[in-house]
Design a protein around this ligand. Structure first.
Ligand code: BGC
Length: 326
């Protein structure tokens, strides 16, 4: 019986793959013209927040690949994180019959929309955040669970297994943020000396992250470590910690390697950060889309590199080459 169910689900999933593969191939990209330049394809990249340095790096990578492959690439979406605007932008891109959409799969609302877009014959690749249960063709980005797990292990090593931790996360409801928090919790759960005291949401805003860090320090004077799970959380936390605490009193582990984060690492305010590869995500997403449209088989998941970076991994001054300059 179980065997039959397995066979049945395999057949169903194969026929979906063949069906949607056919739909994509049925969509023939037309040559597009913009400002007198001819392009072979027209793709849209819809980020969670356009005016975010992290997403500008994803865009930079995507534009570099777009240039190489003759793609007109549009970067559109909410200026500041906003799920409704994000969903609407995907919908509009589909209505205008672009050749491919690259976006995140932030929560359950994205799954039916992505499926609908694919049913219309427009391929979708998820970037940075996946919605595995949708029919998206491929995901490219960090293994978000693993990156949170790495952060937990780094915190244990750096605090010798003793810390009262507060977590500031971009969102309680978005897939990538939930996975990072889960990975972190799993990494520390068997450590008797690590206690998670509080968890708050920043709505991926640096100002909100600072406000939450301040409240946490007020409400829980025993907190001596912070984990920030999205790109601007670490800098928000660091700002408050520098103002209200003595150097060395609070341990901070953050996410991403934006210039300000690296500056705080150099100063010793942030001790470690989780590296992601936004440029590679953008570049790779465009490449995956080209392969898809040309009928090549693409992997369902492409994990970009993730690792921990500490001050010792950085050159001494900004602009120096790693390994020391002349
Ligand atoms: C995440 C992005 C998010 C950004 C917010 C990054 O760590 O990977 O999905 O939009 O933080 O600043």
């Amino acid at each position: 019986m179980v065997y039959m169910a397995g066979v049945l689900s395999f057949i169903v999933s194969c026929s979906f793959t063949v069906f949607y593969g056919y739909m994509v191939l049925a969509h023939k990209p037309a040559e597009v013209k913009d400002g007198g330049i001819k392009y072979k394809y027209h793709f849209v990249l819809v980020p969670e927040e356009m005016d975010n340095e992290y997403w500008r790096l994803v865009e930079k990578g995507a534009q570099a690949a777009a240039k190489k492959y003759g793609v007109l690439l549009e970067y559109v979406g909410p200026k500041q994180a906003n799920i409704d605007v994000h969903l609407k932008t995907i919908e509009m891109a589909a209505v205008s019959k672009v050749d491919g959409i690259m976006t995140q799969g932030l929560d359950d609302q994205f799954t039916p929309l992505i499926n609908r877009v694919i049913e219309q014959g427009i391929p979708v690749v998820t970037v940075d955040t996946d919605t595995e249960n949708s029919k998206r063709f491929s995901y490219i980005g960090t293994d978000n669970y693993y990156s949170g797990y790495l952060a937990g292990k780094a915190l244990i090593a750096d605090t010798k297994g003793h810390a009262n931790v507060a977590i500031i996360t971009g969102s309680f409801y978005k897939n990538h943020q939930q996975e990072r928090v889960k990975g972190f919790k799993d990494a520390v759960k068997s450590e008797k000396g690590i206690h998670i005291i509080d968890i708050q949401e920043s709505e991926i805003s640096r100002v909100r992250a600072a406000e939450k860090a301040y409240q946490i320090l007020q409400n829980h004077p025993n907190v001596n470590a912070f984990f920030g799970t999205s790109a601007l959380d670490g800098v928000g936390i660091a700002q408050v910690v520098e103002q209200y605490k003595k150097p060395g009193q609070i341990y901070i582990i953050s996410f991403d390697t934006l210039p300000e984060t690296l500056e705080y690492i150099r100063k010793g305010t942030i001790q470690a950060t989780v590296v992601q590869e936004p440029y590679e995500m953008g570049y790779g997403a465009v490449k995956l889309m080209i392969d898809l449209i040309n009928g090549k088989k693409v992997p369902s998941i492409v994990h970009t590199d993730t690792r921990i970076l500490r001050a010792k991994d950085l050159p001494l001054t900004r602009g120096d080459k790693a390994g020391g300059g002349k």
